[in-house]
Design a protein around this ligand. Structure first.
Ligand code: R5P
Length: 292
């Protein structure tokens, strides 16, 4: 077995290879001036190759996975595992209007055709309960960073109220709260556009509490910022946030901090200055169980 790293996920792949006690191989990747991608793999590949890369900014990366997986098969790899801690294209899971591409199903099928196993962390599954429904292979494994996030929060705070900004976040927030014995509450959110949303906080006394907003990802940052605005209006002075995936598009990170969030932390699924919660043990344990 070997871990194959892309440059954008190199340090995390290195840690994973160390945990698994297997060699690390780096893919040679070049972008031509017109945007095409060049991929080269070493000739001596193992029987089982673990390709590691989070799929934020996904369009080029998906083409590169297609080139990489096809070449690996041509070079004799028998088992191909994709470790994509952040798995994109999971949010569009139904066609709300005629003609809309259901990207979850289409990208899921592409990954199922390329890989024998796919591992993701806190994928955004809303109307389905298992990742195999989106990626139709037996080993489409959805892991959660709930334990890692809970341990992190437990070290930071004696107690906090965990706030989920919408009903979809309850799956993660409730698990983290139960694991570490913190209270939690869930707000209601309706999204009106990429950067426009409405939110209502649940009933409660927020003025006397330290609140940590928890979500699977921060993309534009508007969800976390809106929750922070409402908490501040309710008299809350200590507001923090944790997300699994630090997408932080454009001004997102600054926007969240400007809204009164004292600090925002994330896992290392995506490299960012906030990424201090490591996933290598979670990923390595899952790979060991899967290959046992
Ligand atoms: C959506 O339902 C997700 O769970 C997140 O709340 C959302 O993607 C965050 O996006 P943004 O940072 O753009 O508000």
């Amino acid at each position: 077995m070997m871990v194959l790293a892309f440059p954008d996920y190199l340090s995390q792949a290195r840690r994973l290879a160390v945990r698994l006690d297997v060699p690390l191989l780096e893919v040679v990747l070049h972008h031509f001036p017109d945007g095409e991608s060049y991929i080269r793999l070493s000739q001596s590949l193992p029987e089982h190759l673990i390709v590691c890369r989070s799929l934020n900014q996904p369009n080029d990366k998906l083409i590169e996975l297609l080139l990489c997986a096809t070449t690996a098969r041509e070079l004799g790899v028998k088992r191909l595992t994709l470790v994509a801690p952040y798995l994109s294209y999971m949010r569009q899971d139904i066609a709300k209007q005629t003609g809309e591409a259901v990207s979850q199903r289409i990208i899921g099928k592409l990954l199922a055709d390329l890989f024998d196993d796919v591992l993701a962390v806190d994928p955004h599954l809303h109307r389905i309960s298992s990742l195999t429904q989106a990626i139709p292979i037996k080993n489409a494994i959805s892991l959660t960073a709930a334990e890692e996030i809970g341990n992190f929060l437990k070290k930071k705070f004696k107690h906090a109220l965990l706030l989920g900004p919408d009903s979809e976040s309850e799956q993660w927030v409730a698990t983290i709260a139960a694991n570490i014995g913190f209270d939690y509450a869930i707000a209601e959110k309706s999204r009106l556009g990429d950067k426009q949303l409405e939110m209502v906080l649940p009933e409660g006394d927020f003025a006397s509490q330290l609140v940590v907003i928890i979500d699977d990802m921060a993309s534009t940052g508007r969800t976390l910022a809106k929750a922070a605005d409402l908490l501040q209006a309710a008299g809350c002075k200590d507001i923090y946030a944790v997300v699994t995936h630090a997408l932080f598009c454009g001004d997102a990170h600054a926007h969240i901090l400007n809204a009164g969030v004292k600090n925002v932390w994330s896992t290392d699924s995506i490299d960012h200055s906030s990424s201090c919660i490591r996933l290598d043990t979670l990923l390595a344990d899952a790979i060991k169980t899967m290959t046992r």
